[in-house]
Design a protein around this ligand. Structure first.
Ligand SMILES: [Zn+2]
Length: 347
């Protein structure tokens, strides 16, 4: 008889999640079975549930939750039995592992991308999940599973942005737009770690206090049009990282980034555009850089940064399954500090 599990599933994109009992899958060839210990709750999960990554009805029902951590309990054909018992985090992109980008370690640029965990494959809003072995990134066994929930996206994405894309180095002046959010507060920490001086922009007092706690200048950004970019005596920012993606933030970033600066864009919406004056780009010799998730090696590095305490996970709410809707509400209201985490009982 097939074993059952209780978890949350999406039955229509953009609709409410349903709690229900359904079959537990067994791992097939090249797959691992994971006993999920915890899964992060953040805006990306809400975007997936809303159908922003795919709204194909053929993918339903689907367990959301891309950022999860757990223990491998069983492996399918072709997967090393040494994986059993290891703690892993889920790599978000369903990369092929064999194209030239994947082989170069740029898994997020995979030429044969098959979709995303939590959209094209079940995620961590249920206590058991099956994952391609390629997507199971082994982390230190003593890494706390709640702390590890921020690793695969909320810390790995900043590692990619700050190290591979913006190439932040000591002396850089870095502005993070939306710095009090789940990715933002870890972006602040990674930018600081690389020697950047950081200003975190956000709109709510608790988030501004959080930014200050992480050794960054906290700046209110309710009215961006009136905000002077000269936040430091030495001059305007050399790096602007936009996690908001509104017309206002994009425009402010392009207008504010200084000589030889880098404007990094990673939050986008279908209907938002940025108008750039090419003369300004030339005069200030600035670059506009897109950033797309992170490679698997960057996820491993993110795990190491958290395990060694160099990046401190900011998790504003840890709940059992019944607490998930309330955390979603807090997220939508902009009231969650950092990420949320869904903890599964020992199953
Ligand atoms: Zn590939």
């Amino acid at each position: 008889m097939t074993e059952q599990q209780g978890g949350y599933r999406i039955h229509d994109w953009g609709g409410d999640l349903q709690w229900e009992e359904f079959d537990r899958r067994r791992p097939g060839e090249g797959e691992v079975l994971v006993r999920v210990e915890a899964c992060s709750i953040g805006l990306t999960v809400l975007n997936c549930i809303a159908g922003n990554l795919s709204d194909d009805p053929a993918l339903l029902p689907r367990v959301p939750g891309h950022e999860y951590v757990g223990i491998v309990t069983e492996v399918g054909v072709g997967v090393s039995p040494a994986m059993v018992g290891r703690r892993i985090v889920a790599y978000f992109y369903l990369a092929c592992g064999t194209c030239s980008s994947c082989l170069a370690g740029d898994d997020a640029r995979c030429a044969n991308l098959a979709g995303w965990v939590g959209v094209h494959r079940d995620g961590g809003y249920a206590p058991w999940a099956v994952l391609p072995a390629h997507n199971a990134v082994v982390v230190p066994d003593d890494l706390d599973p709640i702390a590890a929930t921020v690793v695969p996206d909320a810390v790995a994405t900043p590692v990619h942005v700050c190290m591979s894309r913006a190439r932040i180095k000591p002396g850089d002046r870095v502005v993070v737009l939306g710095a009090g959010g789940g990715v933002g507060i870890h972006m602040v920490q990674v930018a600081r770690l690389l020697g950047g001086r950081v200003a975190g922009l956000d709109v709510q007092d608790p988030k501004l206090a959080l930014i200050e706690e992480h050794d960054a200048l906290a700046v209110r950004s309710d009215d961006l049009s009136g905000l002077d970019s000269a936040l430091w005596r030495e001059g305007p920012p050399t790096v602007v990282i936009d996690l908001v993606g509104s017309a206002e933030t994009l425009q402010w970033g392009a207008a504010s980034v200084g000589m030889a600066g880098r404007l990094v864009i990673l939050t986008t919406f279908r209907d938002r555009a940025l108008t750039v004056d090419p003369r300004q780009m030339v005069f200030r010799e600035f670059s506009i850089i897109g950033s797309r998730y992170a490679g698997r090696a960057e996820v491993s590095l993110a795990a190491e940064l958290v395990a060694t305490g160099r990046v401190k996970p900011v998790i504003g709410a840890v709940v059992e399954a019944e607490g998930v809707p309330a955390v979603h509400d807090a997220l939508r209201a902009g009231q969650l500090l950092g990420r949320g985490a869904l903890r599964w009982e020992d199953t």
